[in-house]
Write a protein that binds this ligand. Structure first.
Ligand code: HEM
Length: 500
């Protein structure tokens, strides 16, 4: 018995030593660091999921901002660096990109297990990332986006009809759900050339599959935790994100889309057309084609629908901005109440509204980089050496709310970006909804196009107000999600506007 107790104690002691081994990693190097808790590290919500992880970053940011340009933190037992100063953010994302080329996601994904993630630059590193990013970048040229615009317009007008009909019931709409219907239809149309029928079907299959694709199961989450905490398990524990039914669904969808296009001799300058050209040029396999289409789908629909829903919510809350935007949009509409591709991009105030909503509610709350070559970061006489393979966090959300860069940071004021100031905020890396540098969001222009088209169509046709069903005091970000979803939805009233 005594021996058993001794063995148990020895194991507990070993685990304790293992878990706390790195706790003085930063203080030994003279880098300010919070007081770390065993097992939880400095990001307890990452494990408990009681609150969204971003609230842990908030506590650290509030404690250290202004005192140091970077804080050393521990995630479970792993030392990581949290950057607090935009100038250092610029170093990491842009100026010293060679030392921060990768993210940590490629190490989590095994492209043999999950071949359908293999073409997504988000999950790739080094030369493979460079190659795939270059391969897919031409899919987002101005001429291709312009060619996609009629498809987007078509979905916008279906959305307007849907809201008009549904608003007769006087029930509020969840802007989240509404925007997700819209982006699901736009993205399915632009990629697979199919109508997902989100505005007529209760639960379109493609949306359900898309949702499952982005919602890792509890087993996957647990495996990630294990691999993150015990690095030696990497390679031993295989993480597979995409179950077979989802994989088969998307491969099948692609096969049907290809068959339809061939049999009906369809010529459309959409994403599928681009992938077909890629196949003809580079002889890529059907699985690779499916992987490309899935990348567009996963990256394209959820992030943009979050962006649209928050923009609508902020407009509904701020009648002055809503009225001003309506005047601006109406000025640019043709006799049928439509905007063309060029004018949509020309409405500066719409761009400002879109970015101000992204500032307050960035769909991706943070980003990160993996150090690829040991490098020094310096600011204000303070220096840190970031070792190879250490991860660096950029707290997008906290920088967006910092009163050092934004007057009344919590209020929705698109005018702060007047007279071309938007570019300056982006250049200074104090506004980063799409990240920055060579790994900046690849679909940024497509995302802006589909989002602005939806916002303009709605503002032209409806007056919005916030329904009392929306609980936003306090405003809580859903801890179960990685992206920025508000708990309880965003319930809005839509009143059709009478047209003269
Ligand atoms: C409003 C909508 C969107 C937001 C806010 C957004 C935001 C982001 C952010 C923050 C990153 C990381 C950038 C960094 O770390 O510097 C990213 C990467 C990426 N995004 Fe988006 N995104 C949006 C829509 C889209 C769309 C529509 C697509 C494609 C159709 C897309 C494709 C990608 C890809 C492929 C990457 C990885 C780029 C790389 O690592 O080289 N995104 N996005």
């Amino acid at each position: 018995m005594f021996l058993i107790i001794l063995i148990v104690l020895a194991i507990v002691a070993l685990v304790y030593v293992y878990l706390t081994w790195n706790f003085d990693y930063w203080t030994k190097r003279g880098i300010p660091a919070p007081k770390t808790k065993v097992l939880f590290g400095d990001l307890p919500n990452g494990l408990t999921r009681k609150k969204h992880l971003i609230y842990d970053f908030q506590v650290i940011y509030d404690d250290f901002k202004g005192k140091t340009p970077f804080v050393g933190i521990i995630q479970t037992r792993d030392p990581r660096l949290l950057i607090l100063e935009p100038e250092v953010v610029k170093d990491v994302l842009i100026r010293k990109f060679n030392s921060f080329r990768n993210t940590e996601f490629p190490d989590m994904i095994d492209t043999e297990q999950d071949p359908l993630f293999a073409q997504n630059p988000f999950f790739l590193k080094d030369e493979e990332w460079k190659e795939k990013r270059a391969e897919i970048t031409p899919a987002f040229t101005t001429s291709r986006l312009k060619a996609l615009y009629p498809l987007i317009e078509d979905v916008s007008s279906r959305m307007v009809k849907y809201i008009t009909n549904e608003s007769k019931k006087s029930d509020p709409f969840d802007a989240r759900e509404l925007s997700a219907k819209y982006t699901t239809d736009v993205v399915s149309n632009c990629i697979f050339g199919i109508d997902a029928e989100s505005f007529t079907k209760e639960k379109p299959e493609i949306r359900e599959m898309g949702r499952k694709l982005l919602a890792p199961s509890p087993t996957v989450i647990f495996k990630i935790f294990l691999v993150e905490s015990f690095k030696f398990l990497k390679g031993v524990i295989k993480i597979r994100f995409m179950p077979d039914d989802i994989k088969d669904f998307f491969v099948n969808l692609l096969q049907q889309a290809l068959k339809y296009r061939k049999e009906n001799n369809v010529q459309r300058e959409d994403f599928l057309d681009y992938i077909i050209q890629l196949r003809n040029k580079k002889n890529i396999s059907e699985l690779e084609m499916a992987s490309h289409t899935i990348s567009f789908f996963t990256d394209g629909f959820e992030t943009s629908s979050i962006a649209i829903s928050y923009a609508l919510y902020e407009l509904a809350k701020n009648k002055r901005v809503q009225d001003k935007l309506r005047v601006e949009v109406n000025k640019h509409c043709d006799d049928n109440g439509l905007l063309n591709f060029e004018t949509l991009n020309d409405i500066a105030y719409l761009d400002q509204v879109f970015h101000e909503a992204l500032r307050l509610h960035p769909p991706a709350l943070l980003t990160s980089r993996m150090c690829t070559e040991t490098v020094d970061l310096e600011h204000d006489g303070k220096k840190v050496t970031v070792e190879k393979e250490k991860n660096v966090f950029i707290p997008i959300m906290q920088i967006h709310y910092d009163s050092e860069y934004y007057l009344e940071p919590k209020s929705f004021q698109p005018e702060r970006f007047d007279d071309g100031a938007l570019k300056d905020y982006l250049d200074r890396c104090v506004l980063m909804p799409f990240g920055a540098g060579p790994r900046i969001c690849l679909g940024m222009r497509f995302a802006s196009l589909q989002s602005k088209a939806a916002i303009a169509a709605i503002i032209h046709n409806f007056e919005m107000s916030v329904n009392e069903k929306t609980q936003d005091n306090p405003f809580i970000i859903d801890p179960k999600e990685f992206l920025n979803f508000k708990v309880g939805g965003l319930w809005l009233n839509f009143k059709p506007l009478k047209k003269e």
